[in-house]
Write a protein that binds this ligand. Structure first.
Ligand SMILES: NC(=O)c1ccc[n+]([C@@H]2O[C@H](COP(=O)([O-])OP(=O)(O)OC[C@H]3O[C@@H](n4cnc5c(N)ncnc54)[C@H](O)[C@@H]3O)[C@@H](O)[C@H]2O)c1
Length: 374
């Protein structure tokens, strides 16, 4: 853990999530000693901490020591955490290893890691013996403020991201700001992108994005930052927890973003790909005459200049490849490939009976061509 991530032993916030069945979310800073007590409130035979070697080397010792001191019987199972390993093969291997290590219907899995580990472990928990319990310990800003709250567990398929999955809620979510502080700066920036996005899609002006950015810059304590981004997501999620109706707006920038993340094959973080995706969505809306130039430029200013995340398509992602990858977007319906486009802050272009709108292919291709870095 870095110097900035000194321990504070503070419980910052406890709230109930709109997940179903509802599960509590505990946000703390360095209050690791209290985690085992929350686990022990449940009846179980054994816990399985699932993480990566890298994360166990970096953050694992105090975490496992705490479980051990509390007398919690527990095994550690290590998995690989690249997008290529967010696959059927890795999922099957994990499930089989859990069975051979003695996991039963009464065991609890503990997902210790970023969004990727959380997604894979959540899905394994949903499948094992037709569903066992798991606890989410998200260690990145993205996971603490986004994926852990979404309840969506998934793996990638041959054609794209998050193609196969289920909704499966954890028993509880335990997020420690000290872990987010230990993330490399570039990765932290990617995590803040979703907070900016949530402002764009739900507020009438972008002022709240400045508040989020100020909290990120005051980086000796991430409690405020995490709370602000979590609240911005929950406000939307509460109305539609399974993201089938009004909450689909959370996917702003993600049709482009997921395809870019997929094609970048590990070179871009999730939030970085979404940052580019949001700018592309804004360009598309501007090209179609919906979004004015001021709000388009606000995308570049807040994401690119102020936050420092990428806003242009990398040159090595070809327009043809991106269009092909988007054909397999998991939001696609029988109406074909359609986009969530903002007209202004908090106001979406009226779609075809929902929030999504089809766009002419030539406008899409021109927009992608313009975005390539020169
Ligand atoms: N289900 C959802 O709603 C949802 C939402 C957002 C993202 N996701 C998924 O989550 C994944 C991205 O998650 P992510 O951005 O958390 O990255 P990640 O899980 O891919 O992890 C990225 C890297 O960060 C490292 N890391 C994790 N915690 C760290 C820490 N505290 N300090 C230092 N390094 C640390 C990991 O070891 C890994 O190398 C993608 O697969 C994405 O599809 C899902």
């Amino acid at each position: 853990m870095t110097d900035r991530a000194e321990m504070r032993d503070e419980m910052l916030l406890t709230f109930d999530t709109p997940l179903s069945p509802s599960c509590p979310y505990y946000l703390c800073h360095g209050a690791l000693n209290r985690f085992p007590d929350h686990v022990k409130q449940h009846d179980f035979d054994r816990c399985f901490v699932i993480s990566s070697k890298k994360l166990m080397d970096l953050l694992g010792t105090p975490f496992l020591d705490g479980l051990c001191r509390a007398g919690i019987p527990c095994d550690v199972v290590l998995i690989k955490e690249t997008e290529q390993h967010k696959s059927w093969q890795s999922l099957r291997k994990l499930c089989e290893r859990l069975v051979s290590h003695g996991a039963t219907k009464n065991s609890i899995l503990i997902a210790f890691g970023g969004g990727l580990i959380g997604n894979v472990v959540g899905l394994a928990a949903a499948l094992l013996y037709r569903g066992i319990r798991f606890v989410s310990v998200p260690t990145t800003i993205t996971a603490q403020t986004d994926s852990a709250l979404s309840n969506k567990q998934a793996i990638n398929g041959r054609h794209g991201k998050n193609q196969f999955g289920v909704f499966h809620a954890p028993l509880f979510i335990w997020a420690d700001a000290a872990y987010a502080l230990a993330e490399p700066k570039r990765q932290q920036r990617g995590g803040v992108v979703e907070g900016i996005k949530n402002v764009f899609i739900s507020r009438t002006d972008t002022g709240h994005a400045e508040t989020i950015l100020d909290a990120w810059r005051a980086d000796d304590h991430f409690g405020d930052l995490l709370r602000l981004i979590i609240e911005s997501k929950l406000a939307i999620l509460r109305q539609d927890p399974t993201e089938r109706r009004s909450s689909v707006i959370l996917e702003y920038g993600h049709t482009f973003g997921h395809a870019i993340e997929w094609l970048a094959a590990g070179r871009l973080f999730h939030g970085e790909a979404v940052s580019i995706g949001m700018c592309l969505a804004a360009e598309l809306s501007h090209a179609l005459g919906f979004m004015d130039e001021a709000f388009l430029l606000e995308h570049y200013r807040l994401l690119g200049k102020e936050l420092g995340t990428p806003t242009r398509l990398p040159d090595d992602i070809a327009t043809d490849d991106l269009c092909e990858a988007m054909r397999f977007d998991n939001k696609r319906t029988g109406k074909g490939l359609r986009f969530l486009l903002l007209e202004k802050c908090g106001e979406f272009v009226k779609g075809d009976g929902d929030h999504f709108i089809a766009v002419p292919e030539e406008v899409l291709r021109e927009t992608l061509g313009r975005s390539h870095q020169s």
